[in-house]
Design a protein around this ligand. Sequence first.
Ligand code: UD1
Ligand code: MG
Length: 476
Amino acid sequence: MANNNDVAILILAAGKGTRLKSSLAKVLHAAGGRPLVEHVVRHCQPLRAKRIIVVVGHQAEKVQAVVEPLDVETVLQQPQHGTGHALLVSRRAIGNAKYVVVLPGDAPLIRTETLKALIEKHKKGQAAATILTAVLADPSGYGRILRKGGDHVAAIIEESKLTPDQKELNEINSSMYCFTTAKLWPALAQVRPDNKHRELYLTDAIAVINAKSETVLAELAADPREMLGCNTRADLAGVDHTFRDWKREALMCDGVTIQLPETVLIDPDVTVGEDTIIEPCVQLLGKTKIGARCVVKTGSVIADSVLADEVTIEQHCVIVASRLDSDVIVGPFARIRMETHLKSGSRIGNFVELKKSVVGEGTKAMHLSYLGDAKLGSKTNIGAGTITCNYDGFHKHPTTIGNKVFIGSDSALVAPVKIGDGAYVAAGSTITDNVPADALGIARGRQANKPGWASKKRRELAAADQAGKKKKAKRR
Ligand code: UD1
Ligand code: MG
């Protein structure tokens, strides 16, 4: 992409966003898995501009915390006297850049290519200002573009100032512009805050520039969705919808099968390998990475986890911050969390919870277990209902289980405890001491059988029943 060393980008993010009815500043609301303003910054970065400046004001520190890691400068606009005022406050930061691209922090769908076209049109047309516009079926709420022939713009008219005739205008101001700074500053100096909010509107600078017979151009964007600002919760939902659509489409282009795609939610940083199948109603969140030829079945939620190739996640699993090696099968209804590592070929079945545990190659825990702070070797079998008692009310303790161990069903392993390689634990045991390698650990009451006890009991009960009935009959 062309070097834009003569361009400064200014992102306006100081406003409160009254119409969202929120205690959180507008640009910090999330859509498509990221704060609005973060999307805008990321879409600007490939332009390789001289600098990117974010104007902050409302909840300035929180907005700074989001954008500063993205290598941008910030300017404080306090108080906020309108979009024109935001430009004046940023004049020193914009410095000697020949052009300034101005973007609202609340319109996150804008694509790099569209901004590139805006800058190119401005430079080629030697314009004083170029406005990115869109034609909307419902333009209400937006400032409208008043053209004066061809690509030339006479003015932007804010909704509140539209005459009845002008209400028909359906080309809107996206609030994204490219200005030649030498023409912008004198024009802004002439703008007056003659509106009911007593604000300086950047849009009024357009009419001033036009009155000086300078060139003002419109660049009509092909996809009007890119212009959508988030002024209301409904706008946020609409923008989120578009982001999710784009993400799924990109993955499908890369060879991922997504069934009923509109039901699947995928965050922007998620990657998925070829020939992986995602069933309906799945969520892939955060920094999740999924390999090739995996299957993620319906209702599963995977966050910040790494799955190698050929992993199967059965229905309705929750997997958070964990690593699953190749050929692992999990679920249905399993919960895997907090740095758990399932090694190749291991199997975790229904109603099994794992926390901070390592499961060795080919090891199985198929039914109804809790394994927390546990390290399991390879080819070990964990019986149904096995519980690691890892918490004593004060501290967490580790459980270590070796290779080729057999833990009988319904065993409680009271940590800290170690089970050696090849050992057996008898079903129903409460293990409080280490079990050496190849030993049997059995920790339960001995069974005693009493021959004939049950039939004798039945005879006694039957006799007592008969006697009771006879007594009742006599009384009548
Ligand atoms: C603005 C435009 C309107 C356009 C619409 C597109 C003006 C006067 N109007 O209206 O023509 O159709 O965007 O979405 O520009 N901001 C600051 N400092 C301020 C005021 C605002 O940084 O003092 C920021 C806001 O945080 C926001 C952006 O500027 O990110 C736009 O402000 P907003 O209040 O959303 O303007 P609109 O009424 O939507
Ligand atoms: Mg807005």
